[in-house]
Design a protein around this ligand. Structure first.
Ligand code: URA
Ligand code: ZN
Length: 382
């Protein structure tokens, strides 16, 4: 079902792919993250990437999620864009990125994937067959490699014109985003004006949800609906509390899923800091964050609009300080329709509907969130 194209850009800043080389890599593994190829040729391979996916009480052919060509095909991406009236997609590698690679292979793998993404964008954007559909990308970083290699890839990405930032998870170098060892990386990201698209993968420990048996009863609902957003919230709160945004005041992050629960909890974080006796400002001995969480939200943080409902989107806009810092996304190819994949996706329509419903009378605000902000913030040429 084709959609009529809007007269303004509709930019999807949260849209993933696993390039064929990455599918091959996951298919060569038998521990999380991996792809299992069922023996029946008619069955889709299974994507087993979350720790809770690898449930030993189920056959491998029923673990995780089916993974079809929508995960790796640019033609499928373009088909999806056309169906939903999306004029530009900023593609990113999906979780768990390169987190699990051994240090020696991390840099060459990152370079190969980033070069592949750049090439695909060039091919797409110069082909008359795809006129009206533009592609850009967020690159990936070799986070298990040495700091020197990570910094060198951050600098090299600036030479790839279609790469408009980097995607990464919440583990950083393995100890979280408040790890002082990341200072060198943050300095490189800030000095190159590289936007970081922060995305969850690890969720919360199974015990937070009552254990694997409870999780299994509702499949991915608890890990994806709650584990993912809370992981993002905790990661950014730890960064904030450790003074990352004080030391790197130019650092810019785009938070997946409208910042998890950060918009809702920012006031509580601010209040707990103000009342914390450990912090110097309150008579303690530890340096607390110097800047208010609101200032950080309004100057260092952008939020996507992948929240599927108006209350969450309104909280995101309010916490971000204005509609200028919130950007439309789809999370394609995740959350496909469970029936006919050719119809419009419920997940996409929910996100678009939340944007439409939040500002029914304000066309300019909607256009900004649907694409104008992404064009401005990422410097897209459309
Ligand atoms: N599930 C995932 O594993 N990743 C996403 O980005 C969305 C859903
Ligand atoms: Zn995503």
């Amino acid at each position: 079902m084709a959609s009529s194209t809007a007269s303004y850009p509709v930019v999807d800043i949260h849209t993933h792919m696993y390039p064929p080389s990455y599918i091959k890599l996951l298919s060569s593994r038998t521990t999380v993250p991996y792809i299992h190829q069922p023996s029946s040729p008619d069955a889709d391979p299974r994507l087993i990437i979350l720790a809770s996916d690898d449930d030993a009480s189920r056959p491998k052919s029923a673990r995780g999620r089916p993974v079809d060509s929508t995960y790796s095909s640019f033609d499928e991406k373009r088909r999806f864009m056309t169906t939903h009236g999306i004029t530009c997609s900023v593609i990113s590698l999906a979780n768990p990125w390169l987190d699990f690679l051994d240090p020696a292979s991390a840099l060459p793998t990152a370079q190969e994937i980033n070069d592949d993404l750049e090439r695909a964008c060039v091919e797409n954007n110069t082909s008359s067959a795809h006129a009206g559909l533009k592609l850009y990308a967020f690159g990936c970083l070799p986070l298990s490699a040495s700091a020197k290699d990570i910094v060198s890839e951050i600098h090299r990405l600036k030479s790839l014109p279609h790469v408009k930032g980097v995607i990464m998870g919440t583990t950083g170098l393995g100890k979280g985003l408040d790890d002082p060892a990341l200072d060198e990386i943050y300095a490189a990201l800030a000095s190159t004006s590289t936007l970081v698209f922060l995305h969850p993968h690890y969720g919360l420990p199974d015990s937070a949800f009552g254990g694997p048996e409870v999780i299994a009863k509702s499949g991915h609902v608890l890990p994806l609906a709650l584990g993912f957003p809370l992981e993002t919230t905790i990661a950014v709160s730890r960064m904030y509390l450790s003074g990352v945004f004080d030391r790197h005041s130019q650092l810019e992050f785009l938070l997946a899923h409208s910042g998890g629960t950060l918009p809702f909890l920012a006031g509580r974080i601010e209040s707990c800091v103000a009342h914390e006796r450990e912090f110097v400002a309150n008579g303690g001995h530890k340096q607390g964050p110097q800047r208010s969480i609101w200032e950080v939200l309004h100057s260092n943080i952008y939020l996507d609009a992948v929240i599927y409902g108006q209350p969450g989107l309104k909280a995101a806009i309010e916490a971000a300080g204005s509609v200028d810092r919130v950007m439309f996304g789809t999370d394609h190819p995740f959350f496909p329709p469970l029936g006919n994949k050719d119809e419009k996706w419920l997940s996409v329509e929910s996100n678009k509907g939340a944007i439409d419903g939040s500002y029914p009378q304000d066309e300019e605000a909607k256009k900004k969130m649907l694409g104008g902000n992404a064009v401005r913030v990422l410097g897209l040429e459309l």
